[in-house]
Design a protein around this ligand. Structure first.
Ligand code: CTP
Length: 410
């Protein structure tokens, strides 16, 4: 979503994560938003007003009463002339101040004076985050309608401690901002939708596995698009290098068997979308130790067995979701094969990809690339979509799912 014309008031609190706020400003402006920044005194110990001002291309506001500041627009105007307030990093102190209505500096005064929504991206030491006082403040703020993104788990920059307290990444904060400013109706609110994405890895021995070229881009984009329409999305992802989509609950798995268990444990659901390129076969039993080359014996013969078909399992399940969508990657007889899969797997529609020759594999192809050309195959017939970006395929598919769910009797 473009943030064109949107005005963000960013409040930078004092914490080591303040450096990430610089990237956040850049990312927001890249998407067309204007970013005005308020920095607390503590924030200025970590990053300078010079860098912040250069990136935001605006005056940086720091003082509550600054009679000499020719740019002074006053705290009321500052907080009202914005579409959304973002606090990143939100320190324990800023949270405490707002939870208790303090207004003794520009940041806390602006937060108290605003009539706009507020998003907080907390960042602090894990002990501070889990302290009963901070937990109480967070609960109060949530009750007051303040939205939160993160914190995530991870290593703390300033100590050797690991735990919950690391600020969400700038792109995750941007996604949360987009979701909050998204005025479109939420036709999938209250619907639980399972999505599978990415490849699976089937072990041969402790160091080797069988994989495929799926990047997870299409499945992750679909999960994000469904979440934007308000769905409670449960993504089950095989090993991918891309980030978990914002606003989605993601479970990470390696093998087809793990993916099947994860998906079935998420039933019942209103819909399920199977985008993962699940390995059709796995080794009958993975070797416990690394398989060694033995002179004169040649390569080992791998005994393969078939993996469970996760889509077919759910398509014929007693808890079958009202809407089941599969994908088909074909190199020949695209429609014929997709129609056969529709019946065999118990799907309501199949999104068919042509992975033959030039449209196929690699950075510019369907598998691994950013674009896709699909056909939607259902009992009602075949609908051809023109070639488009994977994000656009995802948005159109999410809209189609929303339309179908309105008419499906669950
Ligand atoms: N799928 C699945 N579990 C499997 C294999 C596939 O859930 N073990 C799902 C995929 O996520 C996709 C659809 O089934 O939605 C089609 O997968 P595809 O690999 O194209 O079909 P196959 O059943 O493997 O058929 P074939 O190998 O004959 O093309």
């Amino acid at each position: 979503m473009s943030l064109s014309g949107k005005r963000i008031l960013l409040i930078i609190g004092g914490g080591i994560a303040a450096y990430k706020a610089l990237d956040l400003i850049r990312r927001l402006r890249e998407r067309g938003a204007s970013v005005r920044v308020v920095m607390t005194a503590a924030a200025r110990e970590f990053v300078t007003t010079l860098s912040v001002g250069a990136l935001s291309a605006d005056h940086v506001f720091t003082e509550l009463f600054d009679r000499h500041d020719e740019h002074d627009v006053g705290h009321i105007r500052l907080s009202r002339e914005a579409d959304l307030l973002v606090v990143a990093p939100a320190t324990a102190d800023l949270m405490a101040k707002l939870a208790n209505g303090h207004a003794n500096d520009l940041a806390s005064t602006v937060l108290l004076a605003t009539d706009k929504r507020v998003l907080m991206a907390p960042a602090m030491n894990p002990k501070m985050w889990s302290h009963p006082a901070t937990r109480r403040n967070r609960a109060t703020l949530e009750k007051d309608g303040i939205a939160f993104i993160g914190p995530a788990r991870g290593e703390m920059a300033e100590s050797n401690e690991a735990g919950e307290g690391r600020m969400a990444e700038p792109l995750e904060i941007v996604a949360a901002v987009e979701a909050m400013l998204d005025q479109r109706p939420k036709p999938l609110a209250g619907k639980r939708i399972i999505v599978t994405s990415g490849p699976t890895h089937e072990p041969i021995d402790p160091v080797r596995y069988i994989a495929n070229r799926s990047s997870g881009k299409q499945g992750h984009a679909i999960a994000a698009a469904l979440a934007k329409l308000g769905a409670d999305v449960r993504l089950v992802s095989g090993p991918v290098t891309i980030a978990d989509p914002a606003g989605v609950t993601t479970t990470h798995v390696e093998t087809a068997a793990q993916m099947k268990d994860a998906v079935e444990s998420l039933l019942p659901a209103d819909a399920a979308v199977f985008v993962a390129a699940v390995a059709d076969w796995r080794t009958a039993s993975a070797a416990g130790e690394k398989i060694k080359k033995v002179a004169g014996e040649g390569p080992p013969a791998l005994q393969m067995v078939e993996n469970p078909d996760i889509l077919a399992g759910v398509g014929h399940h007693s808890l079958r979701p009202g809407l089941v969508v599969g994908f088909a990657a074909e190199t020949q007889d695209l429609i014929g094969n997709a129609e056969a899969k529709l019946r065999k797997k118990g799907a309501d529609f199949i999104v068919a990809n042509d992975v033959s020759h030039e449209s196929g594999i690699g950075p510019t192809g369907v598998m691994g690339g950013d674009r896709n050309r699909v056909r939607i195959v259902s009992k009602a017939g075949v609908e051809e979509w023109p070639e488009m970006g994977k994000d656009e395929v995802a948005e159109r598919l999410a809209a189609l799912i929303a339309t179908r769910l309105r008419t499906v009797v669950v």
